[in-house]
Structures are given as structure tokens and as C-alpha cells.
Design a protein around this ligand. Sequence first.
Ligand code: AMP
Ligand code: GLY
Length: 423
Amino acid sequence: MKVLIVGGGGREHAIVWKVAQSKKVDKIYCAPGNAGIAQLAECVSIAATDIEKLVAFAKEEAIDLTIIGMDDPLVMGVVDAFEAEGLRVFGPRKNAAEIEGSKAFSKDLMKKYHIPTAAYETFDNPEAAIAYLETADMPIVLKADGLALGKGVLICNTLEEAKEGVKTLMLDKQFGSAGDRIVIEEFMTGREVSVLCFCDGKSIKTMTSAQDHKRAKDGDQGLNTGGMGTFSPSPFYTEEIHEFCKKEIYQKTMDAMAAEGRPFVGVLFCGLMITPKGVKVLEYNARFGDPETQVVLPRMKNDIVDVFEACIDGKLDEIDLQFEDNAAVCVVLASDGYPEHYEKGFVISGFEQFENKDGYYVFHAGTKQTEEGIVTNGGRVLGVTAKGEDLRKARANAYEATKWIEFENKYMRNDIGKAIDEQ
Ligand code: AMP
Ligand code: GLY
């Protein structure tokens, strides 16, 4: 089989790595890929959002299966475009990807189908939003309706901050048209957990849980980022919580989407908050999480291509999805200054230390191959993942492996997975 993977970050590297182990696969392409992916796949320089070129490439190369890693092309309708040409593709169609593409859509869906989530109101008009804020309790959460690279969420402690937030999103348009409409939402407290689910439009299979660390600095300080590290499983996501979520969140979401004429096929990422009043949905994404994928896939036992095909064919109930009974931790090595200003182009050394070491992985996010070697080429540069028999061992292994890699400007959080000590 010939497989094409669309995207070029740590998530796509982890997907490519997992697909490379499939017995069914002879050749992997990745568009656009990165320097790490290039060691396992042939990278083609087509942007992940250039749908026309992706379709043309898949037809020309007779690709048997395309897997979409990133959110933007999904929300733009890449799956519909592939299907229109009779090409096999894994991911939700445009009308189902709206569950990530529009926060207002996802909140309305949850309200309509009684899926637990924070109370909210939606606003198209800044004056109405401000009038509402004047009567609301603080802290409060403002969310741009559209895609904003995970950065369109503002947590406001005071009315002044909240009013300023409305200005940032709706008037200054910091996230462009994503902020034409905003959701104002009740602030929740608790533990966050990410649960990724394979979906075939009717049924779901949940992957093992993970927890992300979104803030740039230790102790959850600093700005929100794309994710600075993850651990899996989350010890806070108990069997009892899982049973509740399966029934009240995951399956209900599947059924709701089907009832709306938007059957969801692909990976549904449920961002959950375990609050004192029960589990509530923070957000949905229509794809694998990054860096969650970098801890979840190394623990997955199945041939992932079998699972992708079962989703596309509506036969997910035939898959016995299994994960190893261990743990994994991923520490992101970033460029100092991320997510604001940072320099790139520094040579990275130490990759050879990962060779032939079972249970240690280095997934590339922002890297580039040059004549001098592989250099840093983004804010998040690498994801260093290690497994261990439990979370503490996995964390110790991952931090040990972060020492193997050197580059100027290397920055990481030192407390990924520290929450497990509070267990
Ligand atoms: P989202 O993109 O909706 O997941 O939001 C990004 C991050 O903002 C989440 O991972 C949470 O840490 C935080 N967040 C979002 N919504 C809420 C909320 N209602 N209450 C508290 N924190 C929130
Ligand atoms: N780790 C959060 C995300 O993938 O959106």
C-alpha cells in the first residue's frame, strides 16, 4: 500500500512512525513533512492546505490511503475533495470538522444533546458581549469562534481584562475572522485530560488518556503554547470517569453528529475538565492532538492502518484496540523565547543516541535539513518521548533523553508530568 500523510509536525512524525510499522504499507509520502519524517517517508513539498495539489498528487501516485493530521485542511474540506475523486482518506468531512472549526457550533451541539460542558453564551456583537460581561461572575473565559492555533482562548480574572479581551478578539481582530463571533464561557477548575477517540461515524474506540501542558513555563506559568509536553495515561482519569465519559460524552457526541447529518469519521479529540461537579467538555478537536499523539501512539499495540481502514469502512466494532500497560512521557524541546520571539537555524546534535534504544523516541516538529545538518526551524523543535513501566519511570527516562540532544537556545519545561506526584 502507498500511504500519504498530510502535515509536518511532531504529531505527523508520530503518525508516520506508527504507519511505517504496518505490514500493509510499502511506501509512505508526507506533505510537507520535516527533517525527521524524511528518514521514514518521502517528503513532498506541498503545503498541508493546498488541497488541489494534494488531490492531484494522490491521483498521480495512486495513493491507497491518505491520513490528514492537521486541522486547517480538515476544516477547509480536504476530505470532501479527496472523496469526490474516489480517493480513500482518513479524517472527518468539512461538515463534521466544524466540531473543531466553530466553537459556537460545538457548544450548541453539546447544549442540544445534553453533553456536559461549561455554561456559555455566543456573541456576534461586541457591545452585547460587554453588556453580558457586566452581569457575569469572574473569572470568565472568552473564546474566538474559529481556528486560532489553540491561542484564541482568553481567561479573564477581572471585568477590565474581559472587556479588553472582547476588544482584542472582536475589534482588533488579533485572530482575524476567527474572532468575528465569540463564545463567553463559565470558568471551570479541575484536572484536564485529553482523550482521543477513533470514530467510524457510528461507533467509537477510545485511545489511552493523556495530559498536555499548554503553558510555556514551569508551574503552568507563561503564555499558552501549542503544548510543551504530555504524559499518558492520566492517573486522574479513573475507570469510573471513563465509564461516565463513554456513555455521556463520547457516544453521545457520535450520535449527535450522526443525527445532525454530519457523521464523524476520524479522530475525535475530547478535551475534558474533571471538575468538582463532574467531567465536562472543554473543547473538541477533529484530529489527533499534538503532543498527545507522541505519547499515545508509542503505547498502541494495533497496526494503525487496520484501524484507519476500519474507521473509513464503518467497521470499527471489529477492532480490538489495545494499549500497552505502561506509561509514556514527552518533553518538548523548544527554541528559547517560544511562543513569542525566537531564533532558528541552530544545528542540532545527538540524534544518534536514540538509535536502537527501545522505548525512546525523538519526534521532529520544527526542524530542517541543511548542508550543515539538521537545524532548528520553529518554536517547538522536537518531542522527546520515553516509555517506562510507570509514569515516574517514564518521566525519568524522558528527562534523561532530553540531555542527549543539544542545540543553542534549547528550552524545555522541567515539570512535565509533575502532577503525578500529587496522586
Ligand atoms: P481550548 O482551546 O478550548 O481547549 O482552551 C485552551 C485552554 O484554555 C484549555 O486547555 C484550558 O486550559 C483553558 N480553558 C478553556 N476553557 C476553559 C474553561 N471554561 N474554564 C477554564 N479553563 C478553560
Ligand atoms: N494538545 C492540544 C491540541 O492538539 O490541540
